[in-house]
Design a protein around this ligand. Structure first.
Ligand code: HEC
Length: 464
């Protein structure tokens, strides 16, 4: 009798373990890694090692468990609104626990014959199909071995001569000198070093002049392209697929007379000599253009951040001048940025969270597109709060020890912006948005002290 009780007790003690089997690579881990990590962690992509095969992942199981527990990986800056943005990355707490349990169990393989097929790699060609116009960096750029990241701008002359006349005719915006651009795809020449990029249109030849003055291929410029650009065309961040906007909305415009593109690339060196010669693909609108995406912004130039300040806070508010749909938001700070929080106070008193980032990361900044555009009625007050950490505790601080930091375009300066990508609901009110932009610029220069105002020729240096 005694013996039987003992046996039963033993069986009961074993039960919980039998209910939660040890996770294995083939059944539990491979699907998580393929979906969330492999878009960047595969040969030829931006991450420093591949996570395609069991052996690659197993030998790093503990390292991976730590990187996901701290939310360092997968990289995704917004904390909120959760589920609102296209391309959102992140692991649920269950998946984080699963990776930890797998590492703790010694990274068992399971049945390797049953591992699902890995997702297909990046297409060699253009992700959006053959572009109407391809503009290539005129020369390859020799990327330094490192260790520091490099921010280069390349002037790229373009001409519309090679574009089919029928395509140009269809894209022409009536009564204007502009062509409607449906999408821009930046095609990295070398994905091992190419981290992220933005491209603008330069109508003034300033990018060319800067390149000529520096006598090489491209020129160094960190926070801005180094001149007030006429038009923002588009960008690329790792792991985000380029896409067209819905409903006849053009992403941008290109002047019919041509000009230069200015491509700014953030290179993350590999320690080996590398070269890059990237291309830009432009897709013109094929359907009638209903709206062109445009931007209004909140910002501040009043950034005299004392050394040691761990939570230097800046705020700005913008009143929306006419009904519009908000498609995207783009926050911008440099290396001292810590948090950014924006919300909209609608005229009926409702408050909507637009973006919350609690751990700003300069290399992973992005333009976030909402899955469902947000309606902002006239009179909505958009508010943004940026927090900077200029203490020695900020590992990104470019000054060791901390120094006073001011507004400016260099890696050692700071910036603070929050752009709203909007389309007006009523076309007749479209001009109210550029007017709001100009008014904001004036307001922000006016609020500076005479001493701060004397530091730059603001209008020329930063207006856009
Ligand atoms: C959008 C691209 C991207 C995705 C998705 C991504 N990574 Fe990374 N990962 C990188 C890059 C780039 C680096 C190297 C630079 C860095 O450390 O920020 C990196 C570095 C790492 C490191 C090294 C961290 C360190 O401390 O040096 C680990 C571990 C890692 N990734 C694991 C993962 C795992 C696990 C996933 C999926 C859950 C994942 N990554 C998803 C791009 C990505």
């Amino acid at each position: 009798m005694k013996r039987l009780t003992l046996v039963l007790g033993w069986a009961v003690a074993q039960l919980p373990a039998a209910e939660t089997p040890v996770p294995t690579w083939s059944r539990d881990i491979a699907p998580v890694i393929y979906e969330n990590c492999v878009p960047c962690h595969r040969p030829g992509q931006v991450a420093p090692f591949s996570l395609l095969d069991y052996a690659d992942v197993a030998k790093r199981a503990r390292f991976i468990a730590r990187a996901v527990k701290s939310h360092y990986m997968p990289p995704w800056s917004p904390d909120g609104p959760v589920g609102a943005f296209i391309g959102e990355r992140g692991l649920t707490e269950e998946k984080i626990a699963l990776l930890a349990a797998w590492a703790a169990a010694g990274a068992p393989a399971g049945d390797l014959a049953a591992v699902p097929a890995p997702p297909p790699g990046p297409t060699a060609g253009w992700e959006l199909g053959q572009p109407d116009l391809i503009v290539r960096m005129p020369r390859p750029y020799a990327v330094p071995r490192g260790p520091d990241n490099v921010y280069m701008v390349f002037p790229m002359p373009f001409s519309l001569k090679d574009v089919a006349p029928a395509v140009l005719a269809r894209a022409r915006i009536p009564d204007s000198d502009a062509l409607a651009v449906a999408a821009v795809e930046i095609h990295p020449g070398n994905r091992r070093v190419f981290h992220h990029a933005d491209v603008w249109v330069d109508l003034t030849g300033q990018a060319r002049k800067r390149e000529a003055a520096e006598g090489g291929t491209g020129y160094l410029s960190f926070g801005t392209p180094g001149f007030p650009p006429a038009i923002y065309l588009g960008g690329r961040v790792p792991g985000i697929t380029p896409r067209f906007l819905p409903d006849g909305i053009a992403a941008s415009v290109l002047p019919v007379e041509g000009g230069d593109l200015a491509l700014q690339v953030h290179y993350a060196p590999t320690g080996k000599p590398e070269t890059d010669q990237s291309e830009i693909g432009i897709y013109f609108m094929r359907e009638p253009v209903k709206r062109v995406l445009e931007s209004v912004f909140l910002r501040s130039f009043n950034l005299d951040i004392p050394a040691g300040a761990a939570a230097f806070t800046v705020e700005d508010t913008l009143e929306i001048p006419a009904d519009c749909m908000l498609l995207s938001v783009f926050p911008h700070m440099h290396l001292l940025g810590r948090e950014v929080q924006a919300d909209a106070l609608l005229p009926d008193g409702t408050r909507r969270e637009l973006l919350t980032v609690r751990h700003w990361s300069f290399p992973w900044q992005d333009r976030y597109f909402y899955k469902k555009p947000v309606f902002l009625p006239k009179g909505t007050r958009v508010h943004c709060r940026w927090v900077f950490d200029n203490s020695d505790g900020n590992k990104q601080n470019p000054h060791v020890p901390a120094q006073p930091v001011r507004f400016g375009p260099n890696a050692t300066d700071e910036m603070c912006e929050f752009h709203l990508g909007i389309v007006p609901v009523n076309l007749a009110e479209a001009e109210l948005f550029p007017a709001a932009r100009e008014q904001k610029m004036r307001q922000k220069i006016d609020e500076l002290s005479p001493e701060q105002r004397a530091r730059f020729n603001w209008k020329e240096a930063f207006e856009r």
